[in-house]
Design a protein around this ligand. Structure first.
Ligand code: VGL
Ligand code: ZN
Length: 202
């Protein structure tokens, strides 16, 4: 049994002051830094969009952030422009200790498809390669922390459970966007998928 810690999207744009700020997004950084050392496998993800990405409301005339559009692969929530490749907003929070990361996986780089999950793009078919990496490293048990609980953390954890990993989400080291009830929905869906939801105090 080998444990991996997956740190999802702890980037400036998801922290207070960022383009898609998650309330309290920066509060989880010290706890993540402390937790990193306890894991033999450590993966970070980075939301990494080209300018004009199809998940941006600005790419859809007349649409506003949090509205839905129908893509080839199904409904897609629209977002403010965020995590543009190479921008300050796409950089990791400056207090996050990134040196311990074994792998940084970037997602959402294809202009026409969003990718919430660290495993599959939003078409739920195109793999990011993370599953193969984790299996090659012998990882069996995955712990997820980061941003945002109800989008990238939630979809990643559910995909991981579906792929047969033992999955825990440390809710105390995650923060959510909670758009139109998305947080309660994500918690219910994760529980349903067999994801363990934990709130261990540090
Ligand atoms: C995320 C919305 C858009 C996330 C990324 O990291 O949860 N949410 N892009
Ligand atoms: Zn994004």
């Amino acid at each position: 049994m080998t444990d991996a810690l997956i740190v999802i999207d702890v980037q400036n744009d998801f922290c207070p002051g960022g383009a898609l700020a998650v309330a309290g997004g920066d509060e989880i950084v010290p706890g993540i830094n402390r937790l990193l050392r306890a894991f033999p496998v450590r993966v970070f993800t980075q939301d990494w969009h080209p300018a004009g990405h199809s998940s941006f409301a600005s790419s859809h005339p007349g649409k506003a952030p949090l509205e839905l559009v129908e893509m080839d692969y199904g409904p897609q929530v629209l977002w403010p422009d965020h995590c543009i490749q190479g921008s300050d907003g796409a950089a990791f929070h400056e207090d996050l200790e990134t040196d311990p990361a074994d792998l940084v996986i970037r997602k959402g780089f294809r202009p026409e498809v969003d990718s919430y999950s660290a495993f599959f793009e939003n078409d739920h078919r195109t793999p990011t390669g993370l599953e193969g990496y984790l299996r090659n490293r012998g990882a069996t048990d995955l712990t997820f922390v980061g941003l945002a609980t109800d989008f990238c953390v939630g979809w990643s954890a559910m995909d991981a459970a579906r792929l047969g990993f033992n999955v825990t989400v440390r809710l105390d080291l995650c923060r959510g966007i909670d758009a139109n009830g998305s947080l309660d929905m994500a918690l219910a869906n994760m529980a349903q998928a067999g994801v363990k939801l934990s709130r261990k105090p540090d």
